[in-house]
Design a protein around this ligand. Sequence first.
Ligand SMILES: [Zn+2]
Length: 409
Amino acid sequence: MPSAVELYIINRFLNIEGMKVIDYRIIENIGIFVSLKNTSSETICQKCGKKTEFILHQNNFILIRDLPFGEYQVYLKVNRRLLQCSHCEKRFSEDLEFVRERRRHTKRFVNKIVEEVLNSDIKNVAKRNDVSEQEIETFLKDLGRELVEEKPRDLNKLGIDEIAVVKGQKNYYVVLVDLEKKKVIGLVEKRKEEKIIEYLKNWGEEILSNIKEVSIDLWKSYKSIAAQLMPQASVVVDRFHVMKQVTDELDAARRKIKRETEQIKNKSEKETILNGLKNSKYVLLKNQEDLNKSEQEKLKELQGVAPILTEMHALKEELRNLFESCKDWGNGLLTIADWLKGVSKYFPKSFGTIKRWIGEVIAYFDERTTQGVVEGINNKLKLIKRRGYGFRNFENFRLRSFLTWHFIS
Ligand SMILES: [Zn+2]
């Protein structure tokens, strides 16, 4: 028999709550076998959910694989007792915190393998750890299912965005993000109002009523969803989406002028304007302070041939700067109202949008919430989607995404 000190040390190493090491054996070329005893005296009935005294119905010894120790594989011998509830008298096999029901690997072993798979592939990980590929598939499914069903905790700032299913097509997955924790907390297969509502409702009233801010892009269904399910929350339009609409409109104006110029009969006039317009796209779209010398020259040249574009460019920069510099809600409102005065003839579309969404645009100045983190998250999602990992459908994509974020945080 091992000494009390030895058992104490192994117990410390294993560190499994509620369990005590009572014996161990090392078997060369196979591994370490550790016998554990359950020290908790009460348990929760799997049938009626009551914390209850129980009657032992039957012993049921199982071997559970745990994380390796040095060169050795580690097996835990545990009695997963079949118990009878003294309350409802039904029988159930006891719940062990560190291993899933009917499974033969500890949760921490599963975590380690899944984390490895996310950075490698199933075949290699199986070989390296001496588990079968089939077992790994089960690990992925078990853990993934738990994560997908898990509800967000302490959610204050919800971001709603989308990612194209196939680049360039109009099908989207909706991405729900905890903007404070920088974490994906939901994926919805279709960008349809009723689907998103169904998904959010599943989180329950308690979580939804705690959300303080919802950050969205300029899609009115998101606004309607927030009003229906989270009426207490402040709805903020992401300022980068507002800026994108403005820069898109600027670019559309550039293309229109180019098209019109091509119709000009006078050859030399046509050439001059086209030359001025040449390579102007990124000069117009870039932030002013990022322009190098020759790009600044280009902007000046443009001024001579298509002054309306440089005026639009200046207005675009003005809006961007006011998002940066306005310190509070009141100041933001006044400055944006000022800005709007001059823009309707240059940016008719953006003018209409900002006016329609003014409350949500201004709300930005309260907390300065943006979806800045969402961009990074979406890039990662795109990578998961592109890599595919042999996952063909949405469910698998979602599973993989949740697994990925589980190990990031
Ligand atoms: Zn019971």
